[in-house]
Design a protein. Structure first.
Lengths: 189, 807
């Protein structure tokens, strides 16, 4: 059965005519071209397809697209704002938390949701919450490093925001322009 | 590392990382040409049989179906197999299927769902044949199932140490690898009429050494399962037919150049008509060497004249995804009273599955697991590659070295206990040192075995007791030492380096980026050479039309072989740069130096020019664009296939782990208390990416040790092809960050690019053995069937208890 739906993705409305069986991951990738959303197991086991739905992490391969209507969907493509990376993206770069990169979009979205719900998680809590996001390359060590860095940056950021009323991220020490990326190697200890 | 370096060891960030954190990085699954349809491959439901007929009528009628192909649409002879061409792209009517999942037809349709539904409408009639699943059964003389009757007539290429080995008595045997080495006696194979006579005489001699020895360990049998690479990106391929009759391919493929020529030959196309792209790979680990869906996808695209995409489901990755072969190793060791090894006999059966694919490479490479770390005064090894009616197996990170290392390392611990010698001390007495002669008769150089295991023992406080027992938890320590024979002198590699008119340095290589950091280390080599920041380096690797030659990215050869080619290309570019600059600046070439995209007079730094000064507007240069070219061919490695003696190894990378684990004797659960890994990979070009390889391998090795096994039922069908039933380590299984330590030992390798060797595979090799030794130390559970699952640990403890009661 074909149904008309409007998906609200990364701030924009997209009207679509979809087979009601279409999963959210297929709608996002194949119908809308958000191919940063990755499909790996297609049965909710690996977390590669994680997107945000009203701020919560969901496995988009186990979510029907028609059910996502009326919800605020954010994919990896919608995370950087005005060319400024999200602190979680930045931390994944700095800490070498990325290897093949196929789990990375899902891992980053799951981390954003985690830090939204729990701004100061312990390593045990991070491991527990992200247990559904599988990575075969890194052994998770450097992903933990990255999340620890992102958490500290975001804590400082929100403390700063409280004091000076929501200043945009750009310009402070955490936000930075994507084009400056290549200059920003961390120095080796 | 010392400050003499500009880029090496300076913590450069990854070249590919911005694309990957923003979702912009393209993988084969993301390619979507205009008018693309979706393909699905139908596999055989039986493990062995003859295809009597195929009827596709109903499938073709289904609305949305664009085309159906069967073997009749493909090559009429086997074209796949690398070193032994034993496989059709698609099985044909009248011919055989040899495993469940063997492709018999494929459908292209406007959606994946329609393609899948159409596959179910294809009617295939089979005449079942007897089948064999176990390699030792298959090796037997009276095995009722013969997988390849015509194996002797298949085209083949030999690889240096391995013989294609066809034997009427053992019709399922296809490959054999032998090592014969002795410091104690001399036997020249040339002095025997036949190799069989040489083998028999050698065995007699080594048995005498065994009988003379102080400690004779009974033969130990170690059995290893089939395991999946579990890369996150499934195998994927997109093929677009072009109006001129050519095809454009995007595939998750580690050996793009080989695949391009293989597809061209299979379909009667000119190589220049096959445009092969390798986008980012979402993990490879060996399993994307010969992407299994490329051939059928080409068939669909050529027949339908439309772009077609085939992405394997996770179940298909498990069931036709080139996993690591199962293997059985028999190890018979004898030791002298002082703990040195007296004699070692090894017999191994590797289950190649229905087709050899790259098992041959595995058989060649895996045996160095026995010979690369310890002295082998008397060594006899026979490794057989055997066909069975199971999924065709392929290369897997470490190429089987981890299996031999496991067997050796378990035996070392066993011998130490029986001799009453400390386990570290026993290893120290046997470890290869510079100037020794190894099991191939080769002089030992640049081998950090002794240093690595010393560091691992020190880290884990070897000699001090593990944590005391607490409730059901028992604690124990384990040590292991492994090696990977890395790079071989059979194929060369090219690189180009272009100095651009915007002061960018552009590198072109065919080094596949699958997460290991290929693009980053190659860029660092150029950055180092030209003293130019990484931000000024652009590296391209994706397109076979424009990229220089490289056979493929595997065997941990990338950093070494591509790095050397990049350096040679840099030298060529610098030579041209200085020529051109000398003319323009009127300064002799020998006075010129370059850094930061500028060339200047050493004696008068004000006199200089930038790369862009060599070009006019638009990039015009009278002498042509400044392109440096480098070709690198490693020294040819040679050995005698009758005994593997010679100089077969260019270099070894080495790794050692010291681990402490806790084992719950009521549940069989294993927890990592602490672990330290120490690696000799030559000079480390990028420490963080190297650490990442090793940390990832720790997790993968932990999975191999205690979870991972592709299970097949008695009909040859895989029964756990998903992440629920085939468990790989998650965040919860890998150790807390404070409990894992990685460091590097060893010396720069003189012929490596800036001293580098490979690390990708050696990272994995010692891991499984270290856990096995620690689990035994903690509990006394002696497990020879890998993985050491909770059930097997508990069973072993129960068996031990029962045996104790009997006494």
């Amino acid at each position: 059965m074909i149904q008309l739906v409007t998906l609200h993705v990364n701030g924009d409305d997209y009207p679509l005519a979809l087979d009601t069986r279409t999963t959210l991951v297929d709608a996002l990738r194949d119908h809308l071209g958000f191919r940063g959303v990755k499909k790996s197991c297609d049965e909710g086991e690996c977390g590669a397809c994680t997107v945000l739905l009203d701020g919560n992490a969901v496995a988009s391969c186990t979510y029907l697209a028609v059910e996502a209507e009326g919800h605020d969907i954010v994919t990896i493509e919608g995370l950087a704002k005005d060319g400024v990376l999200h602190p979680v993206q930045r931390a994944f770069i700095d800490c070498f938390a990325v290897q093949c990169g196929f789990c990375t979009p899902g891992m980053i979205m799951a981390t954003v949701a985690l830090l939204h719900h729990n701004p100061d998680p312990t390593e045990e809590e991070i491991r527990d919450v992200l247990r559904g996001n599988i990575c075969r390359c890194t052994g998770y060590t450097k992903i933990i490093d990255a999340i620890m860095q992102a958490k500290e940056v975001m804590k400082k950021q929100s403390a700063g925001e409280g004091a000076e009323a929501s200043a945009p991220a750009a310009g402070n020490d955490t936000g930075y322009k994507a084009q400056n990326i290549a200059q920003c190697g961390s120095s080796e200890s | 590392m010392a400050d003499e370096f500009y880029s090496i060891g300076k913590g450069e960030i990854r070249q590919d990382v911005l694309q990957k954190v923003t979702g912009e990085a393209l993988y084969s699954t993301d390619i979507h040409p205009k008018g693309m349809v979706y393909g699905k491959i139908l596999g055989s439901p039986i493990p062995h049989g003859i295809i009597k007929s195929i009827d596709t009528t109903e499938a073709e009628k289904l609305p949305g179906v664009v085309g159906v192909v069967t073997g009749a649409d493909g090559p009429d002879h086997p074209t796949l197999g690398g070193y032994l061409t034993d496989r059709y792209i698609m099985c044909r009517v009248g011919d055989k299927v040899r495993c469940i999942g063997d492709p018999v037809a494929a459908v292209a349709a406007t959606s994946e769902q329609i393609a899948e539904a159409a596959c179910k409408l294809i009617k295939v009639e089979y005449e079942p044949l007897p089948f064999v699943l176990d390699p030792e059964e298959a090796y037997k003389e009276d095995c009722p199932a013969i997988v390849h009757e015509d194996v002797q007539s298949y085209p083949r290429i030999s690889l240096h140490g391995v013989a294609h080995c066809f034997d009427k008595k053992h019709p399922n045997q296809a490959i054999k690898r032998k090592i014969r080495h002795s410091d104690k006696f001399q036997l020249d194979p040339d002095s025997f009429e036949t190799t069989d006579e040489y083998d028999a005489a050698f065995e007699k001699k080594i048995d005498e050494e065994y009988d003379k020895a102080f400690l004779k360990l009974p033969t130990q049998r170690y059995e290893f399962p089939r395991v999946s690479h579990c890369f996150m990106e499934p195998h994927a391929c997109v093929v677009a037919p072009l109006p001129d009759g050519g095809i454009e391919i995007w595939a998750s493929e580690q050996g793009g150049r080989l695949a391009k020529y293989n597809m061209a030959a299979s379909f009667g196309l000119k190589p220049s008509d096959v445009h092969f792209h390798v986008p980012f790979l979402g993990g490879g680990f060996g399993g994307k060497t010969g992407c299994p869906c490329t051939g059928p996808t080409v068939m669909l695209a050529l027949k339908c004249r439309r772009p077609v995409k085939v992405v394997q489901t996770r179940d298909e990755v498990f069931s036709i995804g080139n996993p690591r072969p199962p293997a059985v190793i028999y190890l018979t060791d004898a030791f002298n009273e002082d703990g040195t090894l007296a004699a070692r006999k090894v017999k191994c059966f590797i289950n190649s599955g229905a087709y050899t694919t790259f098992s041959l490479v595995m058989i060649d490479h895996s045996v160095y697991g026995v010979s690369g770390n310890y002295r082998n005064p008397c060594l006899m090894l026979d490794c057989y590659g055997v066909y069975t009616n199971t999924e065709a197996n392929g290369p897997y990170r470490a190429l089987g070295c981890e299996l031999f290392v496991y067997a050796v390392e378990r035996n070392m611990d066993m011998a130490a206990d029986l001799l009453g010698i400390d386990k570290y001390e026993l290893r120290r007495r046997n470890v290869l040192r510079k100037g020794d002669i190894d099991g191939h008769g080769q002089l030992v150089y640049n081998n950090g075995s002794a240093e690595a295991i010393e560091a691992a023992a020190k880290y884990i406080k070897w000699g001090q007791p593990a944590h005391p027992a607490e409730g059901p938890w028992r604690y124990g320590k384990g040590l292991s030492l492994g090696n990977k024979f890395t790079a071989y002198g059979l194929t060369g590699t090219e690189a180009n380096v272009t100095l651009m008119d915007d002061d960018t340095l552009e590198i072109a290589v065919s080094h596949v980026e699958m997460g290991q950091g290929a693009l980053t280390v190659d860029s660092q080599q150029a950055a180092e050479f030209f003293k130019i920041p990484m931000s000024r380096i652009r590296i391209r690797n994706e397109d076979s039309d424009f990229m220089p030659y490289d056979e493929g990215t595997y065997c941990s050869r990338g950093t070494y072989i591509n790095g050397n080619a990049v350096l040679l290309a840099c030298e060529d570019a610098k030579r041209q740069l200085f020529q051109r600059a000398a003319k323009r600046l009127k300064v002799p070439e020998e006075r010129l130096v370059t850094e930061n995209a500028r060339v200047y007079d050493r004696d008068d730094p004000e006199t200089g020019l930038y790369f862009h000064d060599l070009y006019a507007h638009g990039g015009w240069a009278e002498e042509s664009k400044l392109v440096g070219r480098g070709t690198f061919m490693p020294e040819q490695a040679l050995n005698d296939p009758r005994n593997a003696q010679g100089n077969p190894v260019l270099f070894y990378s080495i790794g050692s782990w010291g681990v402490e684990v806790g084992v719950n004797i009521e549940t069989g659960e294993v927890r990592i208390v602490d672990c330290g890994g120490f690696y000799d990979a030559g000079r480390i070009i990028n420490r963080k990416t190297c650490e990442g390889q090793i940390e990832g391998a720790l997790s993968m090795g932990l999975g191999q040790a205690i979870f991972e096994e592709i299970m097949i039922n008695d009909k040859g069908k895989i029964i756990n092809g998903n992440y629920r039933d085939y468990k790989i380590p998650t965040f919860m299984d890998s150790p807390m960050n404070s409990r894992i330590h990685v460091d590097f030992v060893g010396e720069p390798f003189p012929s490596g690019p800036n001293g580098a060797k490979g690390v990708g595979e050696v990272a994995l090799i010692p891991v499984m053995a270290a856990f096995a030794n620690a689990i035994y130390d903690a509990t006394g559970a002696e497990i020879h069937d890998i993985p050491m699952t909770r059930e097997r640990i508990l069973q072993s403890l129960r068996d031990k208890e029962a045996a104790g009661e009997k006494e």
